[in-house]
Design a protein around this ligand. Structure first.
Ligand code: ZN
Length: 108
């Protein structure tokens, strides 16, 4: 079963049991959430090509020629786009009327 050792955050002893989605310390009675319980994923940070986190309103520069789907336009390397909006998903960054992948952008 679960062989992970859980240490009570309060008394630092390992004598505890799992009750529902919480660990309960047998010594001091402290309860804390199990790491195995469903926890919200806090990894929705969108990063540019350099790993810099992007935010709404940032200005980015295109680092790769990009063809725009369904249009004859393309975005050239070095094009700056102001006031981006983060949307999440595959094409995470809304830049004007374009939806772009963050990996092709660099924060300016
Ligand atoms: Zn304890």
């Amino acid at each position: 079963m679960n062989t992970t050792t859980h240490t009570c955050p309060q008394c630092t002893l390992e004598d505890n049991h799992l009750q529902g989605s919480h660990h309960v310390c047998n010594i001091c009675g402290y309860e804390w959430p199990s790491a195995n319980a469903d926890t919200p994923v806090d990894d929705d940070i969108i990063r540019d090509a350099n790993g810099t986190p992007l935010s709404d309103g940032d200005t980015v520069m295109i680092i790769k020629d990009l063809k725009i789907k369904g249009g004859s336009n393309s975005l050239k390397v070095g094009t700056k786009i102001k006031n981006i909006r983060l949307r999440g998903g595959d094409h995470a960054v809304e830049a004007g009327s374009y939806m772009l992948k963050a990996e092709f952008l660099r924060k300016v």
